[in-house]
Design a protein around this ligand. Structure first.
Ligand code: COA
Length: 156
C-alpha cells in the first residue's frame, strides 16, 4: 500500500505503520484490489466518530498499469455497499483543484448513484506548513445516498 501510494505521484505518503493501523482499526472501510497476484488498488476510508453518517474517503489509488478500467469506481461502489445498510448517508473526500482524474472519479460515482455532488474549500494551502507546493484541499460531498443503494448495486 505504501508503495502504491508513493508511486501514485500525487498523494501524501504515510508510513507503513499508519497503513497497518488503518487496516486494523478500519478494515470494514478499506479495500484492496488485486489482479492475479498483483496488488493494483487501494482505498482507505472511515466514518468520523462525531459524524458517523458520513463515509470519508481518505486515499484512493490505482496502479498506473491498471488505470482507466473502472478499478477505482468499482472499489468506491463496493465500499459504499459494505458500509451502507442505512448507516451512511453521505460520502466525502478531499481533492485538489488540479486532480482531474479524481474529480472525474467522484463525479462519475455520484452520477451512477443519482445523487448530488457539491464542493467547498476545506484546507487552504497555507495550512500545509512546510510541505512543498501542497495545493488547497476541497471537500467534495455526495449524497444523500439512496436507502436502497445496496439492493440496486450488485457490485462485487
Ligand atoms: C484517480 C484514480 C484513483 C482513478 O483510478 P481509475 O481506476 O483509473 O478510475 P476509473 O477507471 O474507475 O474511472 C472513473 C472515472 O474517472 C474518469 N477518469 C479516470 N482517470 C481519468 C483521467 N486521467 N482523466 C480524466 N478522467 C479520468 C474515467 O473516465 C471514469 O469516468 P466515467 O465513469 O465518466 O467514464 C487514479 O487515476 C489514481 O490512482 N490517481 C493517483 C492517485 C490520486 O490522485 N487519487 C485520488 C486522490 S483524492
Amino acid at each position: 500500500m505504501t508503495g502504491l501510494i508513493r508511486d501514485s505521484g500525487n498523494l501524501d505518503v504515510n508510513s507503513h505503520y499508519a497503513h497497518l493501523l488503518l487496516c486494523h482499526h478500519f478494515h470494514g472501510t478499506c479495500i484492496a484490489a488485486e489482479r492475479g497476484s498483483d496488488f493494483i488498488g487501494f482505498v482507505s476510508a472511515y466514518r468520523p466518530p462525531e459524524d458517523p453518517g458520513v463515509l470519508f474517503v481518505w486515499q484512493i489509488a490505482v496502479a498506473s498499469s491498471a488505470r482507466g478500467a473502472g478499478v477505482a469506481g468499482g472499489m468506491l461502489d463496493q465500499l459504499v455497499r459494505r458500509a451502507s445498510g442505512g448507516r451512511v448517508h453521505f460520502v466525502e473526500a478531499t481533492i485538489t483543484a488540479t486532480n482531474t482524474a479524481s474529480i472525474r472519479l467522484f463525479t462519475s460515482f455520484s452520477r451512477r448513484l443519482g445523487v448530488a455532488i457539491t464542493h467547498r474549500r476545506l484546507f487552504p494551502a497555507e495550512l500545509f506548513h512546510g510541505v512543498e507546493q501542497h495545493e488547497s484541499e476541497d471537500l467534495y460531498r455526495m449524497g444523500p445516498l439512496p436507502s436502497t443503494f445496496s439492493e440496486r448495486n450488485g457490485v462485487s
